[in-house]
Design a protein around this ligand. Structure first.
Ligand code: ZN
Ligand code: FE
Length: 256
């Protein structure tokens, strides 16, 4: 059992970079440093090293700080093997089921294509921490830039099998707009309405909604519930399968 400390580093307008510290060894990692500047500021404040960089996918708002951080701290760069051609200078290219260590903290790599074809998620099972980039958002999911609805539904279905205790550390603070959208899709769903109220209060107080509880996502995130008959009924799609329902919700969100 390790003790992994996770801290949010806000970047750009709505990205989160995550600072990970393994209590046992003092090993420090960051997840998806789209911008080096806020990471350097945070590390400098406590005189911390940077041992490891984890990347979930190739988008610039997730890897843009890699080069500067590697140069400055000598951090080891770990990212998806399927994206090795478009994430420069990976030291460790990982794929489904691979183990990744941050000191004594251990993650398993889960391939979650859909937002991009090479997207991966890091699951620190002993620490209940899920770093899912732009695959699963709180109350939402990433846009399908390089994947199909079937692929993304399969990726999200994999994440849905993880324990309720999992904390969701996603790439963006999109929760409020996602929750408003979800409430619009299912105006009669009391759990969704209740969660929207909580999220509105959290944001009104200037607090992050991340990490989200995976248990709450399973209950209220429409993109994790494409096989829930209540959602299908709300869309007048009771005869449709989950992939069709998923595709419909995603299409509506794309134009919302
Ligand atoms: Zn992205
Ligand atoms: Fe992003």
């Amino acid at each position: 059992m390790s003790r992994l400390d996770v801290e949010l580093i806000p970047a750009f307008s709505d990205n989160y970079i995550y600072l990970l510290r393994d209590g046992a060894t003092g090993t420090v990692a960051v997840v998806d440093p789209g911008d080096a500047t806020p990471v350097i500021e945070r590390l400098e404040r406590d005189g911390l090293p940077l041992n490891i960089i984890l990347n979930t996918h190739h988008h610039a708002d997730h890897i843009g700080g890699n080069a500067e951080l590697v140069k400055r701290y000598g951090a080891r760069l770990i990212g998806p093997a399927a994206d090795a051609h478009r994430i420069p200078n990976l030291d460790q290219a990982v794929s489904e089921g691979d183990a990744v260590s941050v000191g004594e903290a251990k993650a398993t790599v889960i391939e979650t294509p859909g937002h991009t074809s090479g997207h991966i998620t890091f699951w620190f099972g002993d620490d209940d921490a899920l770093f899912c980039g732009d695959t699963l958002f709180s109350m939402g999911c990433g846009r399908l830039f390089e994947g199909t609805p079937a692929q993304m539904w399969q990726s999200l279905s994999k994440l849905r099998t993880l324990p309720d205790a999992a904390k969701v550390y996603c790439g963006h603070e999109y929760t409020l707009s996602n929750a408003r959208f979800a409430a619009g899709v299912e105006p009669d769903n009391a759990e969704v309405a209740d969660r929207l109220r909580h999220i509105e209060a959290t944001r009104a107080a200037g607090r992050p909604t991340i990490p989200a509880d995976l248990a709450a996502e399973k209950q209220t995130n429409p993109f994790l519930r494409a096989d829930d008959p209540r959602l299908a009924a709300a869309l007048n799609m009771s005869d449709a399968g989950p992939i069709e329902v998923f595709a419909e919700v995603r299409a509506r969100k794309d134009t919302a």
